[in-house]
Design a protein around this ligand. Structure first.
Ligand code: URA
Length: 181
């Protein structure tokens, strides 16, 4: 575990704990307010994120920004991170060994930021954080409290690009989160 972002960044610089290190251009640690009350956790970087080293800057990220704007959340006020910090090839889901190798970095981020609320974006984040028994269809939109943190599972913004009808639920879940900000 790491006590500061400086330590984390230093350790990550040469990370080769899993095979995702082979093709990365940039490690995508996270962005936003390091003292945020609300943290968002996605799956892993895509091509745009890998190119820029910043989470959620591609198509899905732009859609999330629109939703933030719609419900009055400032991207600068929250902290945004991913389950894995390096891009999985062809944007496939991260594999279990990759998730396991990377999870301590995220645990450290949570310990340093100390969010009261964590928004889990999609099934990969939900299962990696709360466990394999959780399904996104059954859990989305429902608060789950564990060890003093309130979790809000919701759809991954990329899912909204594939199915527009999910947008209503996503907006609703963000509005619910905004109530506590
Ligand atoms: N999808 C994610 O899960 N994370 C990103 O940073 C970008 C797209």
């Amino acid at each position: 575990m790491f006590d500061s972002f400086e330590e984390l960044e230093k350790e990550l610089e040469n990370c080769n704990k899993c095979k995702l290190c082979k093709n990365r251009n940039n490690i995508v640690l996270g962005c936003g307010n390091k003292n945020a009350k609300v943290m968002f956790i996605g799956e892993g970087p895509g091509a745009d994120e890998d190119a820029q080293g910043i989470p959620f800057v591609g198509k899905a990220g732009k859609l999330m920004d629109q939703a933030f704007k719609g419900v009055g959340i400032n991207r600068e006020d929250v902290y945004i991170a991913n389950i894995v910090k390096c891009r999985p090839p062809m944007n496939r889901n991260p594999e279990q060994d990759e998730v396991n190798a990377c999870l301590d970095y995220l645990r450290s981020q949570v310990m340093i930021v100390k969010p009261e609320i964590i928004v889990l974006l999609g099934s990969v984040a939900l299962k990696a954080i709360l466990g394999k028994d959780y399904s996104i269809t059954a859990s989305r939109g429902k608060w789950i409290e564990k060890k003093g943190i309130k979790y809000m599972p919701t759809f991954h913004p990329a899912a909204l690009l594939r199915d527009e009808t999910k947008k209503i639920s996503f907006w609703k879940d963000l509005k619910e989160v905004k109530k506590y900000m």
